[in-house]
Write a protein that binds this ligand. Structure first.
Ligand SMILES: NC(=O)c1ccc[n+]([C@@H]2O[C@H](COP(=O)([O-])OP(=O)(O)OC[C@H]3O[C@@H](n4cnc5c(N)ncnc54)[C@H](O)[C@@H]3O)[C@@H](O)[C@H]2O)c1
Length: 529
């Protein structure tokens, strides 16, 4: 591999990322637009306006192919439209391509502010149509996706790991901007490439769910051993009741006895229980050591492994002790889901639907097109992988906007107000979390229809998806009064008002909507069997 090629829409921040990357890597830098302008001998906009787009693309094609064809390592930034040239797309297959992602509103605002005269940024409608047409090209050509900005430092080095021997072609990297920034590698075979992709430092200490270790530990440990010394493995028995202070103490003491230092890295292998517990141990051991999350359940791969929330439960309440601690990296391999018991696939599905409702657009369509999870893991790994990746991207984007959970991150609680009440009112013994979330989503969508005009069709689709994935759509259980009491004790509730997270449409979450209790009551009662 010789070239790192940076692509993306106008004003995404490609040039900045390319310049910083070249500097950090000590590679040479070429900005195709700058070279092109030199060759044209006049501003791009003047040539474009006089000669027209086809003539411009022909000149652009020659410059880009020449830059890609020169020898020696280099970082090359392409113009936003270069990917529409067939020969350029073909040539990119030989290089590692990074997509600098930007949303269309930000791109438009930046293009309007900048001094560069961009011929294709003069008309908003045309601009948006162009964005829509090009986005799938950027996505299909790239193996790494980065949201631009200063926090992208380190992203290019992390992306280059994708080109190492042993890393499957299908593996992709998402760059999380939370904290200092870190890579999330997603794809079939990522577990077996953990050593090649290793985002940790020093030796590693593995904290592993018992089942996950028995089924996937050998592959992970063998791969890690190639990159670093595996200095200890601590096993956590399965079950939410092990997400406790007592278990955290056991892990912390085992780490101390094994001589873990701050220069070492903890690896969390397992579902959300181990991810939260090991993450908490990493946040607190010697005031914080890096943790690499290796999620092995649907819940963990679409949700809990990202975002840096770690913690344990108290007998009094779930997740009451914890810390924000961003991982040093996440390794998400959907093939490990093949060994997950059906009911755990089902449980995770509720979070998939929730995330798709929050994201809307492509992810919502992807989820509608995905077969039920137990079939998807066997028959449609590509579709499943893409849904998992999009869920991760959705969560990372929300977290990047609100790391400490003081605003927009509340959108991730869609359906969770009733879910938590159902779980706590029944002492966490009756409903699996996913089952409670499925019911909570249906209630939240029903209330959304009344309060924020959600189209009824959405709830019907969600209901079908939930049924197809083995989750309940009705319940009989604690009286509604009791559930309301438990909602009052939700730690995320602010002041005395009952704030709900509702949905106006897939992709359009309404947070902090105050709904009268009787609307809540009737939505809950409708779900009674
Ligand atoms: N930190 C966050 O942001 C966040 C978000 C959502 C949920 N959570 C937490 O996640 C926890 C739930 O996580 P979960 O649903 O992953 O459950 P879990 O971790 O308990 O795992 C479920 C079961 O699957 C088994 N298992 C794990 N991987 C396997 C594999 N590949 N093959 C076979 N069996 C496997 C485990 O042994 C366990 O029995 C809760 O404690 C919840 O609070 C945290």
């Amino acid at each position: 591999l010789e070239k790192l090629v940076v692509i993306g829409f106008m004003a995404a921040g490609k040039s900045t990322l390319a310049r910083n990357s070249a500097e950090r890597l000590g590679w040479s830098l070429a900005d195709a637009d700058v070279v092109l302008q030199e060759r044209l001998g006049e501003p791009v906009s003047e040539f474009f306006d006089r000669e027209g787009e086809p003539a411009f693309r022909a000149r652009e094609r020659d410059v880009v192919l020449e830059l890609l064809g020169t020898s020696g390592p280099a970082v090359i930034a392409l113009g936003g439209g270069a990917v529409e040239i067939d020969d350029v797309r073909a040539a990119l297959a030989d290089h590692l391509v990074i997509h600098v992602d930007v949303d269309v509103d930000t791109a438009w605002a930046r293009a309007a502010r900048s001094k560069t005269n961009r011929p294709l940024a003069r008309d908003r409608e045309l601009f948006e149509a162009l964005y829509k047409r090009r986005l799938p090209l950027y996505e299909s050509l790239s193996r790494a996706v980065i949201a631009g900005g200063k926090e992208a430092d380190g992203a290019s080095e992390a992306a280059l790991a994708l080109a190492r021997p042993g890393v499957p072609r299908t593996a992709r990297m998402l760059w999380s901007r939370a904290g200092k920034g870190h890579p999330v590698y997603v794809g079939a075979g990522v577990l077996g490439a953990a050593g090649a992709l290793w985002p940790g430092q020093g030796r590693c200490f593995v904290v592993a769910d018992e089942h996950a270790l028995a089924l996937h530990g050998e592959q992970l440990l063998a791969s890690l051993s190639a990159a670093t010394a595996v200095a200890g493995t601590i096993t956590i028995p399965p079950g939410e009741h092990h997400k406790s202070l007592a278990e955290a103490e056991r892990v912390l003491r085992a780490l101390a006895r094994a001589g873990m230092q701050r220069s070492d890295t903890l690896v969390a292998l397992g579902g959300g229980v181990v991810g939260d517990l090991a993450g908490f141990c990493a946040a607190t051991y010697q005031r914080g050591v890096p943790v690499v999350q290796v999620p092995t359940t649907v819940v963990a791969q679409v949700d809990s492994a990202y975002g840096g929330k770690t913690g344990v439960d108290l007998p009094e309440a779930k997740n009451y002790v914890g810390a924000f601690h961003q991982p040093a990296g996440v390794l998400t391999d959907p093939t490990v889901l093949a060994t997950l018991p059906t009911e755990e696939l089902h449980a995770g599905y509720a979070e998939v639907v929730k995330t798709a409702l929050i994201a809307g657009a492509g992810l919502w369509d992807g989820v509608l097109a995905l077969p039920p999870l137990e079939r998807a893991v066997e028959e449609d790994l590509a579709g499943l992988t893409s849904v998992i990746e999009d869920c991760a991207r959705t969560k990372l984007a929300v977290v990047a906007a609100d790391e400490r959970d003081t605003g927009i991150r509340a959108s991730l609680n869609l359906g969770h107000t009733l879910a938590h009440a159902l779980e706590s009112a029944t002492g966490y013994g009756r409903f699996r979390h996913g089952e409670a979330v499925a019911l909570g989503l249906l209630a939240a969508l029903r209330i959304s229809e009344r309060e924020v005009s959600l189209d009824e069709g959405v709830r019907e689709r969600v209901r079908d998806l939930i049924v197809a994935n083995g989750l309940p759509v009705t319940f009989d259980g604690p009286p509604t009064d009791e559930l309301l009491d438990h909602m009052g004790r939700d730690k995320k509730r602010r002041g005395a008002r009952r704030n709900l997270v509702l949905l106006r449409a897939p992709g359009d979450v309404a947070i902090g909507v105050e709904a009268p209790d009787d609307v809540l009551v009737s939505a809950i009662d409708e779900l009674r069997a």
